[in-house]
Write a protein that binds this ligand. Structure first.
Ligand code: CA
Length: 227
């Protein structure tokens, strides 16, 4: 169970999101305006903030910066505007992930789960183990069967994001957003290139994958090859 602050002025969406999160066992505090939400966030020290970008009293990106000035809490932004520049600005302002309206409860839950898991792993300094692969997010180190893997910063981030969601297919767009902070754009090739470098450092190929499984047209997932 996590403490979640929800900042959303639309009463229907607020109720929907609050009910969905409460049904997952989370403790949700809601605010209908930016400054009330900021106060809840500062006072309550939540594990996660879910906030709408279009709020009555302050621009959402302004609120994001204000929260970021005082807290590293994971933030999911809800936006009615899926335009590239809006999403890029949102992520640049310190959001960790975003949902474009209309979104499903399942999408919301998946993002909440992923961010809470990431927060828990980073906070506890917990190492992620998948088969013979070990990822230490705090130390930014990865080993395979006890041997250190020499990864570039982007390769490490790519591996870490996939490891945090081990067993789940992660889309290339999500990887662009999380690793490169570019949710759109014609740069999926960037993901492909880094995946192929990561593969070779893990001692595997696209033809004979072990940890990194490509799901054509969907994305990629990290699995335990012996699992
Ligand atoms: Ca709104």
């Amino acid at each position: 169970m996590a403490q979640i602050v929800l900042i959303e002025d639309d009463v229907d969406i607020r109720r929907l999101v609050a009910d969905a999160l409460a049904a997952q066992g989370h403790d949700v505090e809601s605010a209908a305006a930016a400054l009330d939400g900021l106060q809840l966030t500062v006072k309550g020290k939540p594990d996660l903030v879910v906030m709408d970008l279009g709020l009555p009293d302050l621009d959402g990106t302004e609120l994001l910066r204000m929260i970021r000035a005082v807290s590293q809490v994971p933030i999911i932004v809800i936006t009615a505007r899926g335009a590239d520049e809006v999403v890029v600005r949102t992520l640049d302002s310190g959001a960790d992930d975003y949902l474009v309206k209309p979104f499903s409860v399942a999408q919301l839950e998946a993002r909440v789960r992923a961010l809470l898991r990431r927060g828990a792993a980073t906070d506890s300094g917990e190492k992620i183990r998948i088969g013979d692969l070990m990822i230490d997010a705090a130390a930014r180190e990865a080993t395979l069967a006890g041997e250190s893997i020499d990864l570039s910063p982007k390769e490490f981030d790519l591996l870490r994001v996939l490891a945090e969601r081990a067993g789940e297919v992660v889309s290339k767009r999500a990887l662009m957003a999380e690793v490169w902070r570019e949710p759109y754009g014609g740069a999926e090739r960037t993901v492909d290139v880094h995946l192929s470098w990561l593969r070779s450092k893990l001692g595997e190929t696209a033809q004979e994958p072990r940890y990194l499984r490509t799901v054509h047209g969907v994305g990629v997932k990290l699995v335990d090859p012996n699992g």
